[in-house]
Design a protein around this ligand. Structure first.
Ligand code: AMP
Ligand code: MG
Length: 330
């Protein structure tokens, strides 16, 4: 074929399908107090760029509606009004409340969105933890049992003053579900969406699995970033770690963001919990719950619930697996 004819044919091809550049489209942005990453395969650059922007807009929308720090958010309004009178829940808050209640019961109270009644006394950046006296004064407000739900009216009231809800243990997993469902709707078949420790993947990486790494919870300078690599497809993965937000106090104790609702203090039995399951709205709170429960009770819970698996790194660095991930015994 002459050079001229080849050029003419190429011209025709781009003319008919100006957008037809199949490629990976990726971006990472700071949203929801963490890093949101997306990577997706699109047959056209128009859809690819639109999809990345769409995912970021979904994540920012969740932040605006569910951040307890944004006074206009649905959650902030609930927190400021519900001790005075029942507050009507949005569909989203209703869903997240019911899912949180389910996890509260499954975990025998280890997952409790009212943890924030004492949780807000901690400031990890400023290295501030409550005194024992402050803790005791606020612990009375920490219990999901103070939440009075009216299923018919779909409203929530607080039976105690000073109750505070925070959805930090479930909102990111929920947000990655929203993003993946949006991508499915656009016809995307291969994608990764991550928000901090919560991620979900759609399909495979075009013939290869996605590889999700479990972070080394005590990474030393020059050491490996990840301790375990998981080849996966079509799954939600949530990791809770004591290295995400923490400080070391004067006594050498690690004060971090996962609170044991029974004590009001950081849970200390394990360093990291990874949960695999179908949806982030379940893997996210389950990873937090198992972190609080520790190895034995945590593995028992995961083995009891169909469709989930767990990898736990305990406080000595030993790795524990749920039944579904155990190599079959000889
Ligand atoms: P994750 O990183 O998913 O384990 O979630 C940790 C986040 O969940 C924290 O930053 C808090 O916002 C919230 N959280 C901490 N402790 C609890 C708890 N016991 N129950 C529910 N949410 C919690
Ligand atoms: Mg979690």
């Amino acid at each position: 074929m002459s050079l001229l004819r080849k050029a003419a044919l190429c011209g025709l091809f781009f003319c008919l399908t100006p957008n037809a550049i199949a490629a990976w489209f990726s971006d990472t942005r700071p949203i929801m107090g963490t890093e949101v990453s997306v990577s997706l395969w699109s047959e056209t650059s128009g859809t690819g760029k639109q999809a990345v922007e769409g995912v970021m807009a979904i994540m920012e929308g969740v932040n605006q509606r569910l951040s307890p720090y944004i006074p206009s958010s649905d959650l902030a309004k609930l927190n400021s009004e519900a001790a005075k009178a029942p507050v009507l829940l949005t569909d989203e808050l209703d869903l997240l409340y019911r899912q949180s209640l389910w996890m509260f019961h499954q975990s025998e109270g280890a997952f409790d969105i009212t943890y924030a009644s004492v949780g807000h006394l901690y400031d990890y950046r400023q290295k501030i933890a409550p005194t024992q006296k402050e803790l005791e004064a606020h612990m009375v407000a920490l219990s999901t049992r103070h939440l009075v739900y009216d299923a018919k009216a779909r409203s929530l009231a607080f039976s105690q003053p000073n109750v505070t809800i925070d959805l930090g243990g479930i909102a990111k997993g929920y947000a990655v579900d929203l993003a993946i469902n949006y991508l499915k709707g656009l016809g995307i078949k291969h994608a990764y969406v991550g928000a901090g420790g919560d991620s979900r993947i759609l399909g495979d990486r075009r013939g290869r699995p996605w590889v999700i790494g479990i972070k080394n919870p005590r990474k030393k300078e020059g050491g490996a970033d990840t301790v375990i690599k998981l080849p996966l497809s079509d799954v939600a993965v949530s990791t809770s770690g004591d290295y995400e937000r923490f400080f070391i106090d004067d006594t050498g104790q690690r004060i971090h963001h996962i609170i044991n609702p029974k004590t009001g203090k950081s849970a200390s039995e394990v360093m990291s919990v990874t949960i695999l399951g179908e949806e982030g709205i379940a893997t996210d709170p389950l990873s937090t719950a198992v972190f609080v429960l520790g190895v034995q009770k945590g593995i028992n819970l995961v083995d009891k619930l169909p469709g989930f698996d767990a990898i736990i790194i305990d406080s000595t660095g030993q790795v524990h697996y749920s039944n579904g991930l155990m190599p079959p015994s000889p």
